[in-house]
Design a protein around this ligand. Sequence first.
Ligand SMILES: O=P(O)(O)OC[C@H]1O[C@](O)(CO)[C@@H](O)[C@@H]1O
Length: 384
Amino acid sequence: MPDQPPILSNVPDSFPWGVLTRRHPDLIATVRRLVPYPPEVQGALDELRDMDTIPPLPAGARDRAAWQVWSAAYVGQKWLDVPFLWAESYFYRLLLEATGYFGSGPWAGVDPFAPQKSAELDSPDLARDLENLGDLVGAPEQDGLSAALTAALWGNRADLGFRMSDPSAQDRSQVDDLVADDSAELWRLLDGGTENRVHLVADNAGRELVADLVLIDRLLETGRAATVVLHLKPQPYYVSDATVTDLLQVLRRLEAAGGAACGIAGRLGTAIGDGRVRVRAHAFWCTPLTFHEMPSDLVAELGGASVVVVKGDLNYRRLVGDAHWEPTTTFRDLTAYFPAPLVALRTLKSDVAVGVDPDRLAHLEATTPGWRTDGTHAVIHVRP
Ligand SMILES: O=P(O)(O)OC[C@H]1O[C@](O)(CO)[C@@H](O)[C@@H]1O
């Protein structure tokens, strides 16, 4: 990664400080409220909440050796004094440890965030989205593609972790005028003339994954993609990150909705069955590393893509590096290392900002102090 100090969380009232000191304890309280864990798990969660100093993973944890390498510089330090990106990732790893997710007991494999994810699938907002899918599927080709891309972009705006700490986030109006919009470049890359291989690195379950699946369906149906690889998380992460279990739930929800939604679920089920859509869940996606450190098998796999679509705020931070970049630094320069043509669809929900035109930046700074973190602004960045 280019030489730039990482963002830490030790500036009182800064965005990362709020995540570690407020959002994480709130999250633990929510998990305790929604899942009837036994006393020993509740005790372990309380311990995590009250922990001031970073502990190692316990002996016997299956990925202990890997984390020993990633955490060598940080174990024993205060949470607020280590890189924000690393601290959040390790917090979620410890939360799974506390709930027994990787253990051999009855709570093994139980997603602590499942109740929140399910509630989103039952929400009236999602029901409305699904009812409107007929218009999108029936629209002229490019209109349908553009609408699906927009939905996939804004589906990322209020993930469950974000909404928990900022309940009004969902109701704030989005600023449709994107901070950067390279979408024309994306459609040029996927011009339909060749057998395109698209990879989509997903972010959240629920409404966002629904929108991602609609986009995948449109790409396949219009011939813009011959095949799609959908990258999901191998385990629960950052509250709402999508796993294979979440994918199956979303497909069931689409089926149950009937109409166009059910048609999409049917086509995707067929495409998964005949190999046009492949589902992957690489361990790298749940590591605290930036994408500069992708392992060679993943680099090789992504390197064969016509386009890699990377969703969300966390993935964006991992793409460019979680640092206080000068916002006019170009996305292309920072992602020059990436092994394939790249598209980032991101609603801004953390301090990192790059690829912003100087005039737009001056206007944003003067008029909208929270533009980097309040979920109302978004970018579509392309590095061909
Ligand atoms: O689901 P997304 O878009 O990756 O957003 C998750 C974001 O939430 C946070 O955990 C806190 O806002 C960020 O640090 C992170 O980038």
